[in-house]
Design a protein. Structure first.
Length: 277
């Protein structure tokens, strides 16, 4: 009865005297944002890598109609180096599909990983992708995201953190560029055969108190709030509640899991391809 009385009161009240209400309104976006990482194309060999590339292109075809932005968050290639006039051969289907998506207006971001940190401007010039070297902070539909490949973050692994600075230096890249491509890329391909991605053993969950990227995320929350932390690198799909409305999502890899994340404007979901029927 009180509600009916309020309605009649509003109907009989001049517009200038009507009460105003301010309610937060969060709507689902018309298109989604997708996150994927650790394709590791090129390992462990041509046949396996080619089959994985075809699976990834199939996934891109699947998400394209609903995609507004695509974040490729590192280690897309198991090795990549851009000489002045030479790039590693192969991966044409993936590059062609990404170029097609970019031509249709889909914004694509490419994060440098620990395997493809030597990406320069080739993909920007040819496809229009934006290259991200370290972290990226974005806000979409009122949600704040902290994005990073995940390498070199959190406690421990001092040896890699030291090597990362060396490999990312301009001097190191200049020296590598002095090697003939047949020799330089040959060395890199041989090295990648012994990389973690070339192994078939799956990663295991260490526990929230020992997952170094979860520890890093909690440290960042001491400085400012983020709704979502999204990382790759760990090779294990994870969805960890950090408390106070914050979550850490690791988007896994495509050698075993074919996992990715999708944000629809309301929620971030960890999903797998092909989807379960």
């Amino acid at each position: 009865m009180r509600l009916i009385s309020l309605i009649f009161s509003c109907l009989s009240t001049p517009n200038s005297q009507l009460p105003t209400f301010s309610l937060p309104l969060v709507l689902r976006m018309t298109k989604n944002i997708y996150f994927a990482s650790d394709f590791h194309l090129g390992t462990p060999g041509y046949v396996e890598s080619r089959a994985r590339e075809e699976r990834i292109v199939s996934w891109l075809n699947f998400i394209e109609p609903s995609c507004s932005e695509l974040f490729l968050m590192g280690d897309i290639f198991d090795f990549w180096f851009e000489y002045a006039k030479v790039i590693p051969k192969g991966f044409i289907r993936l590059q062609g599909k990404l170029a097609e998506m970019a031509d249709k207006g889909i914004k694509i971001y490419f994060f440098k990983g620990n395997h493809d940190m030597w990406v320069r401007d080739y993909f920007t010039r040819e496809i229009g992708m934006e290259i991200i070297s370290d972290e990226m902070i974005i806000e979409r539909n009122g949600k704040k995201f902290y994005l990073h490949h995940g390498d070199g973050l959190g406690p421990g692994d001092r040896k890699y953190k030291f090597l990362r600075k060396i490999f990312r230096s301009k001097l190191c890249q200049w020296l590598f560029a002095r090697l003939h491509p047949n020799f330089g890329i040959g060395i890199a391909n041989a090295w990648s055969q012994g990389s973690r991605a070339a192994q078939t053993k799956k990663e295991v969950f260490l526990g929230e108190d020992k997952e170094w990227l979860a520890i890093y995320a909690k440290e960042q929350l001491q400085k400012q709030h983020f709704d979502y932390f999204i990382f790759g690198h760990r090779h294990l799909p994870l969805n960890i509640d950090l408390g106070n409305g914050s979550r850490y999502v690791n988007i896994g890899e495509w050698l075993n899991y074919n996992s990715y994340a999708v944000f629809d404007g309301l929620d971030l979901r960890l999903e797998y391809y092909p989807p379960n029927p």
